[in-house]
Ligand binder design. Structure first.
Ligand code: ZN
Ligand code: ZN
Length: 321
């Protein structure tokens, strides 16, 4: 593809690292409503500013940057309500194509979601800004406290990022996986209890004092797990449904349980500029994401990490142009 030329307010970034993501894998395997395939893809990246057009303040060519691939329009009815992640235009105006040498950042992203990369952070760590923003958003409206018990269903990249964040908040965390390898990783990241999904009901009774947990985070995107997730939460607890299921999926819940036990089922999607700022400061400070990087590949071999991910190998891979 031709290298794009930045116009007023735009910034051309030379990619230094782009990460694989579960969403990319879904797009690669079965297509995705938000990522047209065939098409360019990759949306978690960091790099160096190659060229800047007029009308951009605070950045210069050669600056090391980190960014996300979207920003709200600030004008639509949802933006006016302050629900920036639900902006009517946020998905239409996102940029894809981070598995490339260059990416062009449009004005609305430059203005809201472009940051200088701190020297202490590697380019691959900096590329976590986007997935971490999603996970920050997932917990943003909750009041997770130190004494809380949290169950995370799924120990993929998103489940593990939830684990890191929940531990930072001081909660006790139990996490499930389908593979021993993933449980080992979760243990190394300080999960209090790791358990294979099929052994969950028994392990949970002990973990949650017979009550059920305060929060469940569904991070698998499997309809069966969405449905089961309400079995593990206590009365008055919250189930956060993070993992997107295939389009057209329907799930069913026991209305009696939702009503009399006052359960909260909460869908979460994407992130707001405030979530990105929070993620940016977490990456500079207490959160170490580097254990989630399973390896790196040159751009020409971009299919290899996706083959590995579809075989259940590794968490996230860096693609380096
Ligand atoms: Zn992603
Ligand atoms: Zn909007």
């Amino acid at each position: 593809m031709a290298t794009p030329k930045p116009e007023r307010g735009e910034v051309l970034v030379k990619i230094c690292s782009a990460l694989t993501c579960g969403t990319d894998l879904k797009a690669f395997l079965r297509g995705h409503p938000m990522i047209p395939i065939p098409g360019v893809f990759g949306h978690e990246f960091s790099g160096v500013i190659a060229e800047i057009a007029e009308g951009v303040a605070g950045f210069s060519p050669g600056d090391e940057i980190m960014s996300v691939h979207s920003a709200p329009c600030l004008e639509c009815p949802y933006c006016r309500k302050g629900l920036f992640n639900l902006c009517e235009n946020i998905m239409k105006t996102k940029v894809l194509g981070a598995f490339a040498e260059y990416i062009l950042l449009p004005t609305h992203i430059v203005k809201q979601n472009l940051f200088h990369k701190p020297a202490g952070l590697s380019f691959s760590e900096a590329a976590f800004l986007e997935p971490l923003s999603c996970v920050v958003h997932s917990m943003a409206d909750l009041h997770v406290r130190e004494s809380d018990r949290i169950l995370i269903l799924g120990a993929g990249p998103i489940g593990l990022l939830h684990l890191l964040l929940a531990k930072l908040k001081g909660a006790k965390v139990m996490i499930t996986a389908l593979e021993e390898e993933r449980l080992k990783m979760a243990k190394a990241l300080k999960a209090d209890v790791t358990v294979m999904l099929e052994e969950l009901p028994k392990a949970l009774r002990e973990f949650a004092d017979g009550l059920g947990v305060d929060y469940v985070f569904e991070c698998t995107g499997q309809a069966r797990v969405w449905e089961e997730s309400v079995h593990y939460v206590r009365r008055g607890g919250t189930v956060v449904l993070f993992g997107g299921c295939k389009s057209g999926t329907r799930v069913s819940y026991d209305a009696y349980r939702l009503h009399y036990d006052e359960l909260i089922l909460k869908g979460v999607f994407h992130f707001t500029p405030q979530d990105v700022k929070t993620a940016y400061s977490l990456l500079q400070g207490p959160l170490n994401v580097s254990p989630l990087i399973s390896g790196s590949y040159p751009l020409g071999d971009v299919a290899i990490p996706f083959e590995k991910l579809s075989a259940g190998e590794g968490i996230k891979y860096a693609v380096i142009p």
